[in-house]
Design a protein around this ligand. Structure first.
Ligand SMILES: NC(=O)CC[C@H](N)C(=O)O
Length: 331
């Protein structure tokens, strides 16, 4: 590891960083064979399991990219962080937190068991399917497109372009999603949904089908790391309190039933999706100026081969390696 260099934004240090990250991506690409591409949404089967890529964008504009960085993929569960933010911005934080809790479940992302077994008064968090579908029912608007308009607007504000929806993935999930329909009917029966079930599920399937790249994820992560401010122009895109709660949820619930292990071995607020993306927000840290990205950064990772919990298997190992090498953990 390169030590003792406070200014990483020089041509020489950029080259070193690039070399390191290229080597790590090449090494962890071999780990993609330990996972499987999601197949329960038929359209996701088309992803190449060997793909692996990473983009890191620092608050100061410095960036490193390596591997398969250009491939668009659908946000899937990463969208849950965005709709939670938008619902908080539209309806207020306390309104949201009265309807969705902030507790990790320790269960699979699409589990329904805890809702019934614990007789909870609200879904346990907005990042599992039950909580996210509830959030989709809270977004204002009569149609799914109306509800998603502020979601697209927020994404556009962060990315500088409006992402597109992948209609093939949307239809594929809509036409195959027996489990999410079951969750939706359960939520309807216990009175957790704020609005029509069909519109709510359509909203949820569409939000999961928004196409992004890891460059987009790194940008979103960098803004979250910077407490919702865009460092380019010091404009507040996400209110600070909402950015803070979102990062708490990313850390405690963002990687589903692997969140505890991810916090232990990586230690960064992150949100994964079954298409293989990971959005991570690394807050500024002060303890070691000799490390890169000490002022904070956003990270986007793509690796569609998933482990048992539905997270990118090589992506997590790559993040763990980088977090250890560069001391990125918030703990
Ligand atoms: N973990 C995920 O990314 C799940 C999202 C997916 N659309 C689902 O509801 O099953």
């Amino acid at each position: 590891m390169v030590q003792g260099t406070a200014n990483w934004n020089t041509e020489e240090t950029q080259e070193w960083l690039q070399q390191y990250v290229d080597d790590w991506v090449a090494f962890y690409r071999k780990h993609t064979g330990d996972g499987h591409v999601a197949s329960y949404i038929p359209e996701l089967k088309n992803a190449d399991p060997d793909d692996l890529g990473i983009v890191i964008i620092g608050k100061d504009g410095m960036s490193v990219k390596s591997g398969d960085t250009e491939i668009p993929f659908t946000m899937q569960s990463i969208s849950k962080a965005i709709t939670f933010i938008v619902a908080c911005m539209e309806r207020g934080v306390s309104y949201l937190l009265q309807r969705v809790d902030v507790e990790p479940t320790g269960e699979a992302f699409n589990s329904i068991m805890h809702l019934e077994m614990k007789q909870v008064k609200k879904p346990l968090n907005p990042f599992n399917n039950a909580g996210a579908i509830t959030v989709s029912s809270i977004l204002p608007g009569d149609t799914s497109n109306e509800r998603l308009e502020p979601v697209f607007q927020l994404l556009e504000n962060m990315l500088g372009h409006r992402p597109a929806m992948n209609h093939d993935v949307f239809k594929s999930e809509r036409d195959s999603s027996t489990r999410n329909r079951a969750i939706g009917y359960y939520l309807l029966e216990v009175g957790f949904l704020e609005s029509d079930l069909d519109v709510t599920l359509e909203t949820y399937f569409k939000q999961c089908s928004i196409d992004v790249t890891i460059d987009d994820l790194a940008r979103i992560g960098m803004i979250l790391a910077n407490d919702g401010m865009d460092p380019k122009n010091d404009v507040e895109i996400i209110p600070r309190q909402i950015a803070r709660i979102t990062k708490v949820l990313m850390l405690t619930c963002g990687m589903y039933d692997a969140s505890g292990k991810f916090a232990t071995y990586v230690g960064i607020p992150a949100k994964s999706g079954v298409s293989g993306g990971i959005l991570a927000a690394v807050p500024p840290r002060v303890r070691d100026e000799s490390m890169p990205f000490t002022r904070g950064c956003g990270i986007g990772v793509y690796g569609p081969a998933l482990g048992d919990e539905g997270n990118s298997v090589a992506g997590i190992r790559l993040l763990r390696h980088i977090a250890t090498q560069w001391d990125l953990s918030i703990f």
